[in-house]
Design a protein around this ligand. Structure first.
Ligand code: GRF
Length: 221
């Protein structure tokens, strides 16, 4: 396997779209702040911006096009092969919009992270901004968590919390929450790379202590 940037645990990032979180990760790897080797970026959609971002940074950009497969099992097998052939110590889901096959999740248990735009366990699934605003929530945000087979249910590591302001709309709230994503996702990855955070007994452990709630970072007002 050739290419890639940075030094440290071999890391593969899965994407489906714009890749602004990927960019935040790439920038920190280039700055020498993450302690990972970014080996490959894999997309389930061809032609997305995230793939360009990877190529521009010198990271192999691979497409496993969902549309080009006979059926779900065929896609799952090729995706698992594309990920596992890198023998990653860490798999980062950064806007990967497809539910992963349980087999791949189990193969990567304890070394697969996701970022989900809500204060989990509230609002798993899609459309989190609209749902949180419609419910009149006072707080919204985003969560980095370990991935387990159950969707958006893995133990949390870091959470970025934003106070909902009167007059906030989806776009405005999303912009502020995403600013936090670019802060907490690289931070969680750096913790993982340094061996500070791990999944043990179904829980997150940080610096040797069990955490039943994620570390919370508040938006500065
Ligand atoms: C992020 O906001 C993340 O919360 C969600 O998907 C979005 C991806 O955005 N999982 P980008 O592709 O990183 O710009």
């Amino acid at each position: 396997m050739s290419g890639g940037i940075g030094d440290g645990p071999r890391t593969v990032v899965l994407v489906s779209g714009g890749g602004t979180n990927l960019q935040a990760i790439i920038d920190r790897v280039i700055a020498g702040q993450l302690g990972i080797r970014l080996d490959a970026v894999i997309s389930d959609r061809p032609g997305v911006r995230a793939l360009d971002r990877a190529r521009q940074a010198g990271v192999p950009a691979i497409t496993v096009d969902y549309g080009g497969h006979r059926d779900r099992a065929d896609f799952d097998a090729e995706l698992a092969d594309a990920v596992l052939r890198h023998e990653p110590a860490l798999v980062v889901l950064a806007g990967f919009m497809r539910i992963l096959d349980t087999g791949l999740v189990e193969a990567c248990l304890g070394r697969m992270l996701n970022i989900h735009p809500s204060l989990l366990p509230r609002y798993p699934g899609l459309d989190t901004y609209r749902r949180a605003l419609a419910a009149g929530e006072r707080w919204h945000g985003t969560t980095v968590h370990f991935v387990i087979p159950e969707l958006d249910a893995g133990p949390g590591i870091l959470q970025y919390r934003v106070a909902v302001r009167p007059g906030d709309d989806e776009a405005g709230l999303k912009t502020r929450v995403q600013r936090g994503e670019y802060l907490i996702y690289p931070r969680a990855i750096a913790w993982f790379a340094a061996g500070r955070v791990e999944l043990r007994d179904g829980a997150t452990w940080l610096d040797g202590e069990r955490r039943d709630t994620p570390v919370i970072v508040d938006e500065e007002s």
